[in-house]
Design a binder for this molecule. Structure first.
Ligand SMILES: Cc1ncc(COP(=O)(O)O)c(C=O)c1O
Length: 374
C-alpha cells in the first residue's frame, strides 16, 4: 500500500497545478503558535550553531520535566526526558531501543484503528505486529483484558494512543491506571502516545504520567500542542535507564533535533502558566470546529464516530463505495477534497478528516463530502 504522505503529495501536486484543493489529509493543526515564540526564536539565533546534546538541551529537558511533574503530580527530572525530532522520531527511537536487532518474532501490540506510522515502524525494525481490533459499535472502546491476553513472552511493547488518531477517543482514567499497572505486572513497556494531549473536549483526558512507573513511556509533540509541525520537536517521558539507551541510539541518528526550535521552546517552557493558557485557548478553538463538524455531519445524515478528543474525525464512507481508497480518490478527483482513506489506519470503510482547519474550509469540505450520501 502507498504511504499516507504519497496520497497527501498527490493533493499537493493538484494544488500546485492551480486546482483549488481543500486539504484534510494530514493532522497538522493550523492554529497560531504561541506569540512569544517569534521573539524566542530570534534571540536563539546566535546560540544555535553548535550541536546540542543528544537527547536534547539539558535545560529544556528539565523544564519539560517540571511542567509535567506539576501537571500530573509525579516527580520527573531531566533524566526522564528525551527530546526528539518530532513525536515520530521519539517513537522510532523508542521502538529501536526495545526491538533487538536481528532477533525474530518480537511482538508489538497495536490497537486498531491505529496511527498509520506504528505498523510501518514495526516493519522497518523487523518486529511482528499484533493487532487488537476494537469495534465501531462502541466507539472503539479499549478492552484492557484483551491487551493483557495478547501479551506474551515475545511482547516488546504495546502502543496506546489517547486522545486517539484517527479514533477521536479518549481512554478513561480507570483504564489508563489498569494499563500502567499491567505494564509493571507484565514487565513490558507500554508506549502511551499522547501527542494530542491539548485536545480534550469532554474533560476526560488523563495522562499515563499520573500513574507513572518505570514501564510507562509517554510521548508528546510541539507539532500538535503548539502547531509547530515544521519545527520537528517532540519529547518523551519514561524511565531513566530507558531514556539513556534511547539517547545512545539518537546520537547515531540526528544527534539532537534542530537547535533553534529547542532553544525557543526552552524559553517557552520557562513560562508554564503561559503554556497552560495557550493550550486552553487552542482547545476552545478546536472544540468549536469539532462541534461544527459533528453538527454538519449529523445534518447531512453522514455516519461518523463521535469525537471526544484529538483533531481527526473518523467518518463512514458512503454505502455505494466498496472501500475508502476508491471513495477518497473520487472525492479528490471530482470534489477537490482530500481526506485520508481508512485503509491506512486499518479500517477500509472509514475515512479520516483533519478538523484543525478553518471553519470555512470545514463547512465547504463537508458540503462537498455530503454530496455522496444523498
Ligand atoms: C498519533 C500521532 N502520534 C505521533 C505523531 C507525530 O507527530 P510529530 O512527529 O509531528 O510530533 C502524530 C502526527 O501526526 C500522530 O498523529
Amino acid at each position: 500500500m502507498k504511504s499516507l504522505l504519497s496520497f497527501f503529495a498527490r493533493a499537493k501536486k493538484m494544488a500546485a497545478q492551480g486546482k483549488k484543493v481543500l486539504g484534510f489529509t494530514l493532522t497538522s493543526p493550523e492554529f497560531e503558535p504561541p506569540a512569544q515564540l517569534k521573539k524566542y526564536a530570534a534571540s536563539a539565533y546566535k546560540y544555535s550553531f553548535p550541536y546540542l546534546p543528544a537527547g536534547g538541551d539539558f535545560q529544556l529537558r528539565q523544564r519539560i520535566a517540571d511542567f509535567y511533574s506539576r501537571s500530573w503530580g509525579k516527580k520527573f527530572n531531566q533524566d526522564n526526558v528525551f527530546v526528539g525530532a518530532g513525536g515520530k522520531e521519539v517513537i522510532f527511537v523508542l521502538l529501536s531501543t526495545l526491538l533487538e536487532q536481528g532477533k525474530q518474532g518480537q511482538e508489538v501490540i497495536i490497537v486498531s484503528p491505529y496511527w498509520a506510522t506504528y505498523p510501518k515502524v514495526v516493519d522497518i525494525l523487523g518486529g511482528k505486529k499484533v493487532f487488537i481490533r476494537t469495534s465501531d459499535k462502541n466507539n472503539f472502546a479499549l478492552d484492557v483484558d484483551k491487551i493483557e491476553k495478547a501479551i506474551t513472552k515475545k511482547t516488546k511493547t504495546v502502543i496506546i494512543n489517547t486522545p486517539g488518531n484517527p479514533s477521536g477517543q479518549i481512554i478513561p482514567e480507570d483504564k489508563i491506571r489498569k494499563l500502567a499497572f499491567l505494564a509493571k505486572k507484565k514487565d513490558v513497556i507500554i508506549l502511551f502516545d499522547e501527542v494530542y494531549e491539548a485536545y480534550d473536549y469532554e474533560g476526560l483526558f488523563v495522562s499515563a504520567l499520573k500513574h507513572f512507573n518505570k514501564n510507562v513511556f509517554c510521548v508528546f509533540s510541539a507539532s500538535k500542542s503548539f502547531s509547530l509541525c515544521g519545527w520537528r520537536v517532540g519529547w518523551g517521558i519514561g524511565d531513566k535507564e530507558l531514556v539513556k539507551k534511547m539517547i545512545n541510539i539518537q546520537s547515531e541518528i540526528t544527534t539532537s533535533p534542530n537547535a533553534i526550535s529547542q532553544l525557543a521552546l526552552k524559553e517557552l517552557f520557562s513560562k508554564p502558566k503561559q503554556i497552560q493558557e495557550y493550550l486552553v485557548s487552542i482547545n476552545k478553538k478546536a472544540k468549536m470546529r469539532r462541534n461544527l463538524a459533528v453538527r454538519l455531519f449529523k445534518k447531512n445524515k453522514v455516519d461518523f464516530v463521535y469525537i471526544q478528543g484529538g483533531i481527526a474525525i473518523f467518518v463512514k464512507i458512503p454505502d455505494s463505495f466498496k472501500n475508502a481508497f476508491s471513495f477518497a480518490e473520487k472525492l479528490l478527483e471530482e470534489q477537490k477534497v482530500s481526506v485520508a482513506p481508512g485503509e491506512f489506519f486499518g479500517w477500509k470503510n472509514y475515512f479520516r478528516m483533519n478538523l484543525a482547519s478553518s471553519p470555512k474550509n470545514i463547512r465547504e469540505g463537508i458540503k462537498r463530502i455530503a454530496n455522496y450520501y444523498k
